[in-house]
Write a protein that binds this ligand. Structure first.
Ligand SMILES: C[S@@+](CC[C@H](N)C(=O)[O-])C[C@H]1O[C@@H](n2cnc3c(N)ncnc32)[C@H](O)[C@@H]1O
Length: 214
């Protein structure tokens, strides 16, 4: 049996605390309780991780306001650091849960809501936690404008097929769809890589993509 070095865990824990402190200190980062419900936000990514995808989108659209939402402060902090290095003034990072989205943004105020490589929760009994579950779809419909879009990128065919079924059952209209985004002729912006995508694309990951409107 391979022996573990306990010091590694102490270092890991400290690194997380260090990143937490950076999150706390960053003017771009907000805890849920600090955030004031906003009506000036255009584009949101939920479960954004380190949000490098959204940072790149924000850099390309300085006239729009972006918000990355995730439960993990250390990941969001990585995006906030990148945004600060790039002197971006149009992106913020909020530590909150997907189910709190209605408390973060005014009703019918968002143009776009992204879900990229959400945790698939493959067990049937965990279906309620999937970010494309009807409970979440209802919340997204409440914050999206009437002409706003929900955009989903995913590598897991079962999760993606299940999500499409939920969208159709909940009366969303499918506006764009591909089972291989990077081989498609769809917008180059959709093809900006997320951290997860960047890591697994070389291992044969295929990105499926859908844009839907309610
Ligand atoms: C597989 S990662 C993908 C991260 C990023 N979108 C990417 O493509 O690199 C899923 C992310 O969703 C976040 N997450 C999971 N459940 C969540 C929830 N209920 N609310 C907000 N974020 C959540 C996790 O913390 C994690 O950062």
């Amino acid at each position: 049996m391979e022996l573990l070095d306990p010091k590694e865990f102490i270092i890991t824990r400290k690194r997380k605390k260090y990143k937490f402190a950076l999150f706390h200190n960053s003017p771009l980062c907000f805890e849920f309780a600090e955030w004031k419900k906003a009506s000036d936000v255009d584009v949101v990514e939920v479960g954004a991780g380190n949000a490098h995808f959204l940072v790149e989108l924000a850099a390309r659209h300085p006239g729009q306001q972006f918000v990355a939402v995730d439960v993990k402060a250390d990941r969001l902090q990585s995006g906030a650091r990148q945004a600060a290095e790039r002197h971006l003034k149009n992106i913020r990072f909020v530590r909150a849960r997907a189910d709190q989205i209605g408390e973060l943004f005014s009703a019918h105020s968002l143009s776009a809501l992204w879900l990229t490589f959400s945790d698939p929760f493959p067990r049937t009994r965990s279906a309620g936690r999937r970010m494309t579950h009807p409970t979440f779809l209802t919340l997204y419909a409440e914050v999206l404008k009437s002409d706003g879009s929900l955009l989903i990128k995913h590598d897991n065919p079962r999760f993606f097929a299940w999500s499409l079924e939920q969208l159709v059952a909940e009366h969303w209209r499918i506006m764009e769809l591909t089972f291989d985004l990077h081989e498609s002729t769809l917008s180059e912006e959709y093809k900006i890589l997320t951290a997860y995508e960047q890591r697994w694309l070389s291992e044969g990951l295929t990105t499926q993509f859908v844009r839907a409107m309610r």
